[in-house]
Design a protein around this ligand. Structure first.
Ligand code: MN3
Length: 200
């Protein structure tokens, strides 16, 4: 098995102006590509060849001799989902069962959005913020660098990349504005609901 960069599920300019074609050109075409290329190099001779991507991520997490492989493989996995967590004209209505669960576990959809945005704002330096499902309950968390809840066997339903490469071209230093735009105008709730159904 080797890692491959998938095509974006929409045109490079399809998320503009919320996320520009230039951002996607670099984020998908250069950053994600680099994780794939480096990941493949590091996979060779690692003893994890032939494992699925998810297994490579879990089995390299926290292993000092596999740190570089973990960083690249985990970022590959994170970005495979990230492109699908967005869609043109996203952020609209949330499928019913998922919306009901968000209200049950956060009190309201607005409270969930606020916690998610604050997790992303509060992640010092590079990383991700997440909507996770843990023992049947939804929660919000954040991770540094390339880590994700999936690295320790958790279930990520939604994640937002808060590395500067994800927003600096369009939002400069205004990470909160980027996170608000992600939540309100980019999230592909159908894909989140698909992961929610699979985890339920
Ligand atoms: Mn990224």
């Amino acid at each position: 098995m080797s890692f491959e960069l998938p095509a974006l599920p929409y045109a490079q300019d399809a998320l503009a102006p919320v996320m520009s074609a230039e951002t996607l050109e670099y984020h998908h075409g250069k950053h994600h590509q680099a994780y794939v290329t480096m990941g493949n190099k590091l996979l060779e001779g690692s003893g994890l060849e032939g494992k699925s991507l998810e297994e490579v991520v879990r089995e390299s997490y926290g292993k000092s001799e596999r740190t570089a492989l973990f960083n690249n493989a985990s970022q590959h996995l994170n970005h495979l989902h990230f492109w699908k967590w967005m869609k043109p004209n996203g952020g609209g209505a949330i499928p019913g069962a998922l919306e009901a669960k968000l209200i049950e576990d956060f009190g309201s959809v607005a409270a969930f959005k606020e916690q998610f945005i604050q997790a992303g704002v509060g992640q010092f330096g590079s990383g991700w913020c997440w909507l996770v499902m843990d023992n049947g309950k939804l929660g919000v968390t954040k991770t540094p660098n390339g880590e994700s809840p999936m690295a320790y066997g958790g279930t990520a339903l939604l994640g937002c990349d808060v590395w500067e490469h994800s927003y600096y071209i369009d939002y400069r230093n205004a990470r909160p504005k980027y996170l608000e735009a992600f939540v309100e105008s980019l999230v592909n709730w159908e894909y989140v609901a698909e992961l929610f159904e699979a985890a339920s």
